[in-house]
Design a protein around this ligand. Sequence first.
Ligand code: NAP
Ligand code: SF4
Length: 675
Amino acid sequence: MTEYPHLLTPLDLGHVVLPNRVLMGSMHTGLEETRDWNRVAEFYALRARGGVGLMVTGGMAPNAEGGVFPGAAGLFSGDDIANHRHVTDRVHDAGGRIAMQILHAGRYAYTRECVAPSAVKSPISPFRPRALDSAGIEKQISDIVTAAVRAREAGYDGVEVMGSEGYFLNQFLVTHTNRRTDQWGGPFENRMRLPVEVVRRVRAAVGADFIVIYRLSMIDLIPEGQTWDEVLTLARAIEAAGASMLNTGIGWHEARVPTIATSVPRAAFSWVTGKLMGEVAIPVITSNRINTPEVGEQILAEGCADMVSMARPFLADPDFVAKARAGRAREIAPCIACNQACLDHTFSGKISSCLVNPRACFETELVVSPAQAPRKIAVVGAGPAGLAAALTAAEAGHRVTLFDKDSRVGGQLNMARKVPGKEEFHGLVEWYETMLAGSGIAVRLGQTATRDMLRGFDEVIIATGVLPRDPAIPGQEGPNVVNYIDVLRGGADVGARVAIVGAGGIGFDVAEYLAQAGDSPTLNLNDWLSEWGIGDPAETRGGLRPEGPQPEAPARQITLLQRRAEKLGKRLGKTTGWIHRATLQMKGVQMIGGVNYERIDRDGLHITHGKARENPQVIACDTVVLCAGQVSERSLADDLAAAGIAHHVIGGADVATELDAKRAIDQGMRLAATL
Ligand code: NAP
Ligand code: SF4
């Protein structure tokens, strides 16, 4: 008897039966653009072997003007079809099913040639689109239909027509972007004509025995977004036009509401999909912040959807479904929704991967082969770098001993998990504990490894992490000064008025931690919805409450400072930095850049401004918290070097600057794979 009876129930689509209710949602990984089709095939085949019910590819452009960026992958030629055929064959050989997403970006296309219903520029693009004439619209429909036909020729089991997230088809639905007065604009029945026509013609072209998913924006989260009546009308018309399933889209890309970041509560939007249940007869898929089989099971058991879509969790663990089926759910590597190695990479033009699983999208390159001659390996430090190195070395068959002076594994992850909105880090530390328990690694916690203890190992890996940087501010030894470790680990007493020195990732984390009065809104959906001003789309157009965001009052009066004369938080994650800045702004945190720290005394933190040290100012506060970055903890490494004992140094002990868990885990795994 499985723990997940709903999740693992097959789904009969008439001409095909999906083995379970789990969809791997579309992700733009950048793999197709490498044109290394063996690599693309291996990525999808691995996930097919892991038992997922159906996969959807990253968005494929139907034509040049609709690509998300110039050169975006699509199915434009006979060669393309043959290349995609290689991928679909490998997926089918692995027992899987795969649909190709057709993504026309409209005004989100990063090109001067972009087209849209009207010439209304998006706030997230520098390019004003060209408004299409009637012939231009006909061309777009025809190109989308051609892409669907080519997808069938290439062996795909279906297509997903991307109609949400503010892309081309979505742009026709709302007056915000559709100012037309012809048959494609004006009243809603005209505005929805294009998506319905696209689905009708795609179905007519591909035949009955082919999956056609339509990704429907159920809550636009923009001003002048769709009403729920409009969403329902469209859903029914799309069903009548021949779609096999409806997938859920949440929020346009330009929405100022987080929809998938780690601070979004799990399954935060499944209630929106739930509103559509019973309104259409075809299966409805829900999505966004679903990352464990328990959450998926609960959504289905509560009748909020017929199927759940997870995307990033399949980067973190290709075997998600197989492990859930085998009763090994605790071994599923958790997606912590950080975006650091996936979406942040995509938006920087890099190939996606995963912070937790650096092998994602690098399956053909980062291979852990069985060791020819197992060796005795010591790893010192059970933070992310040391854990990754130890587990990878053990996987290769080495005999590993892992030391940490702390009584718990996780290193800095144990600080991150204290921060409101970063609760997913609990699951990551627990996953490491589970994996260690089954790995055969000798774990020596509460033990400070010394040079002598490390003699006799064949390989020594030093992952001793970092120490807080000393900012050397006169007066910092006073009783009103603490550092971030005292706050996040030691529970130091912090007064009602706080100045934070340093506005890197940790300065922001500490500010969010100290500003939060009650429980984290991430753990309370109603609080979180209210904080960001999200309402029921049946009551408020687009799902935005007229009163706007209603954050809880801050627990403290906080000033966050840095020396660099640039916007604070500029170097935070590309796709999540704005959320951290907005959260602190909502909590009234004052942010000041371009400062010099002159001294600290009983009155507070004395600063001046600019290179000329002008405009002296006192930040009156009860507590100053130092978050001035870190330096490598290399004392053991130096000791080993002095004694001539060979060793490797990884993670923060290697390079502390702008260290993060992504780099630490990647380095740990890559080193261990070579031993
Ligand atoms: P960081 O990002 O390097 O930031 C250090 C901060 O300290 C900067 O604001 C820096 O700004 C300031 N600083 C540096 N030297 C100083 C000095 N001598 N005196 C006073 N201030 C000084 O380091 P972090 O905040 O410790 O975070 C470490 C890493 O953890 C980050 O790189 C990040 O990747 C990761 N992390 C990320 C997040 C996130 O994305 N939300 C959260 C936590 C941690 P100025 O030099 O301009 O003063
Ligand atoms: Fe999830 Fe972060 Fe991995 Fe992306 S990088 S898949 S968000 S854990």
